[in-house]
Design a binder for this molecule. Structure first.
Ligand code: C2O
Ligand code: CU
Length: 476
C-alpha cells in the first residue's frame, strides 16, 4: 500500500496469539474505564510495540457486558493529554448519556471523570469509542466492544468477538494518526496493517465441531471490509446488534466502519480443517484477515447435524408505520471527484452546490456536506439542527449519495429499518444504526423518532466526520 508503511502481507505472516482483554462485569457496581496512553504489541513477535491510546491499557478495551433490561454504570477517567468523551455506539440511551461534546455533555478534561448510566434496552453487539477528535482518538486505539446478553442466552459453544481495525504503521511500528487533507477528501485514512482484537492474527484456534457466535465489529477509521469465509458457510444472525431471521451468508459481508455483524460459524468436525477469512474490499486486492484453524485434537462436542441456529429474540424497537411516515431527504455531497457523479445522480430537490461556497469550506478543511451544510466536529452545539423530527412519529428518510465515495451513515439514539436501495427492497429490511450508502446510491430508512434530544447523524469514516459530513437531528 502507499507510503513507507509495513507490508501487510509480511505482517500477517508474523504469527500472534489472540490477546483477549475480556472483563465480564457485574451489572450493579460501576465499572471503571480509564483512557490513557499505553504500549501494545500490535504486530507481534520480532516487531517493536506501538504507542497507542487505550481503555484499560489494552486494544481493544475491555469488553463491557451486561444483560438486557439492566443498567450499566461506567465511570470514565480521562488519563489522556486532551479532552475526551465516550459514545456508546448503537445503544439507545438518553441524550445526556450519549457522549457527544456540546450536545450531551462537556468534554471530560484531562484528569477528569464522567459517570455514564446506560440502560440496556436492546440485546446484541455494540461498541464504545470517543466522540471528541474522533479520527485521531479512535485511530490511536480507543474503542471496545459492549455486549448486551439476551435474557436467555442462546445455545452456542462459544462467543468469539472479532474486532477488526487497520493501522497506518511505519516500519518501526509507530502508528501514524495524522489526518491529511488528501485522505479526508477521498476515502479516509486507510491503514496498511489489519488487526483482529488488537493484534495481527495469523490464525485463531478453534475446536472441531464447535458452534461459534462471532461478534464482528469494524473499528477502523475508514476501511470497508468485504468479508468472505472460505471453507465455511456461516449463518447471519444479527446486524448492528439486531436479530435477523438466520440465513447463510452466500455473498460477501460488507462491514463498514461502525457496523457490527453476529454470525454463527460451525467449525467442521475434522482435525486440520481450516477456514480463511478474506477481505475482498481492499483496493490493492484480496488478502487474508485471519484463519480459523482446528489445531487441537479435542473431543468433538456431540451434536446433531448443524441446522440453522435458532433466531434471536427481537429487540423492543418501535415499528415505523410506513403509510403515515413523514418523508425527508438528505443529500451527501462534496469530496474529491464529486463532479464525476453529476451525470448519473438520482433526482433530488437540492441544487448542486455553488463552487465558490465550496472553496470557502475547503479552506477551513471541510470537504463534505449534508444538504449543502458542512459541520465541524467540535463547536457545533449552536448550529440549528438540519432536521427536526416530530417525536413519537414515524419518519422515512432517504439518504442520497452524490459523492464518488461510499459513506456509512450513523444516526445516534435510534435504530432504523433499511427499506430499499435505489428503489429495490432490502432483503429482511434489517434494523441498523449505521447504513452504508454507495456512490450514486439512494438508500431509504424508516424509524420512529421516540428518543427526544439533539442527535448526531454523521459518516463513520472518521476523516469524513472530521471534515464536514455531520449534522444534528432534533427529536422533540
Ligand atoms: Cu460510532 Cu457518532 O459514532
Ligand atoms: Cu463518508
Amino acid at each position: 500500500m502507499s507510503g513507507p508503511g509495513l507490508d501487510r502481507r509480511t505482517l500477517l505472516a508474523a504469527a500472534a496469539a489472540l490477546p483477549f482483554a475480556r472483563s465480564s462485569v457485574a451489572r450493579a457496581e460501576p465499572i471503571r474505564l480509564r483512557a490513557a496512553p499505553a504500549r501494545v504489541a500490535l504486530v507481534g513477535e520480532g516487531w517493536p510495540s506501538t504507542e497507542v491510546w487505550a481503555y484499560g491499557g489494552t486494544v481493544p478495551g475491555p469488553i463491557l457486558r451486561g444483560r438486557q433490561g439492566e443498567r450499566l454504570v461506567v465511570e470514565v477517567e480521562n488519563g489522556l493529554p486532551e479532552p475526551t468523551t465516550v459514545h456508546w455506539h448503537g445503544l439507545r440511551v438518553p441524550v445526556d448519556q450519549d457522549g457527544v461534546p456540546g450536545t450531551s455533555q462537556l468534554p471530560i478534561p484531562p484528569g477528569g471523570r464522567f459517570r455514564y448510566e446506560l440502560p440496556l434496552r436492546d440485546a446484541g453487539t455494540f461498541w464504545y469509542h470517543p466522540h471528541f477528535r474522533s479520527a485521531e482518538q479512535v485511530g490511536r486505539g480507543l474503542y471496545g466492544l459492549l455486549v448486551v446478553d439476551e435474557p436467555e442466552p442462546p445455545p452456542f459453544d462459544r462467543d468469539l468477538p472479532l474486532v477488526l481495525d487497520d493501522w497506518r504503521l511505519r516500519t518501526d511500528a509507530v502508528n501514524d494518526v495524522r489526518t491529511n487533507r488528501h485522505d479526508a477528501a477521498h476515502a479516509g485514512a486507510l491503514g496498511n496493517t489489519v488487526t483482529v482484537n488488537g493484534r495481527v492474527v495469523e490464525r485463531l484456534e478453534v475446536r472441531p465441531g464447535e458452534r461459534l457466535r462471532l461478534r464482528l465489529l469494524n473499528a477502523a477509521n475508514a476501511r470497508i471490509f468485504a468479508l468472505r469465509f472460505k471453507g465455511a458457510d456461516p449463518w447471519l444472525l444479527a446486524l448492528d446488534g439486531h436479530p435477523l431471521p438466520p440465513r447463510t451468508l452466500d455473498e460477501v459481508l460488507l462491514l463498514a466502519p461502525g457496523q457490527r455483524a453476529d454470525l454463527v460459524l460451525d467449525v467442521p468436525p475434522v482435525r486440520l480443517a481450516r477456514i480463511d477469512l478474506l477481505d475482498e474490499g481492499d483496493p490493492q486486492g484480496t488478502y487474508r484477515v485471519t484463519s480459523f484453524a482446528v489445531t487441537r485434537n479435542e473431543p468433538v462436542p456431540h451434536r446433531e447435524p448443524a441446522g440453522p441456529p435458532p433466531a434471536l429474540p427481537a429487540n423492543p424497537l418501535p415499528e415505523p408505520d410506513l403509510a403515515s411516515a413523514e418523508r425527508h431527504e438528505l443529500v451527501l455531497d462534496g469530496g474529491a471527484m464529486a463532479t464525476m457523479m453529476r451525470g448519473r445522480l438520482p433526482p433530488t430537490d437540492l441544487p448542486p452546490p455553488d463552487p465558490r461556497a465550496l472553496r470557502t469550506l475547503f479552506d477551513r478543511g471541510l470537504f463534505w456536506t449534508i444538504d449543502g451544510r458542512a459541520m465541524a466536529e467540535e463547536g457545533h452545539a449552536h448550529e440549528p439542527p438540519l432536521l427536526r423530527l416530530a417525536r413519537g412519529r414515524s419518519h422515512r428518510l432517504a439518504i442520497v449519495n452524490r459523492t464518488a465515495f461510499a459513506h456509512p451513515i450513523h444516526l445516534h439514539g435510534h435504530s432504523f429499518r433499511v427499506l430499499a436501495r435505489d428503489g429495490r427492497e432490502e432483503p429482511d429490511r434489517p434494523w441498523r444504526d449505521t447504513v452504508l450508502v454507495a456512490p450514486g446510491e439512494r438508500v431509504e430508512v424508516a424509524f420512529v423518532a421516540d428518543n427526544p434530544g439533539l442527535w448526531m447523524l454523521h459518516c463513520h469514516v472518521l476523516e469524513h466526520q472530521g471534515s464536514g459530513m455531520m449534522a444534528l437531528v432534533e427529536v422533540g
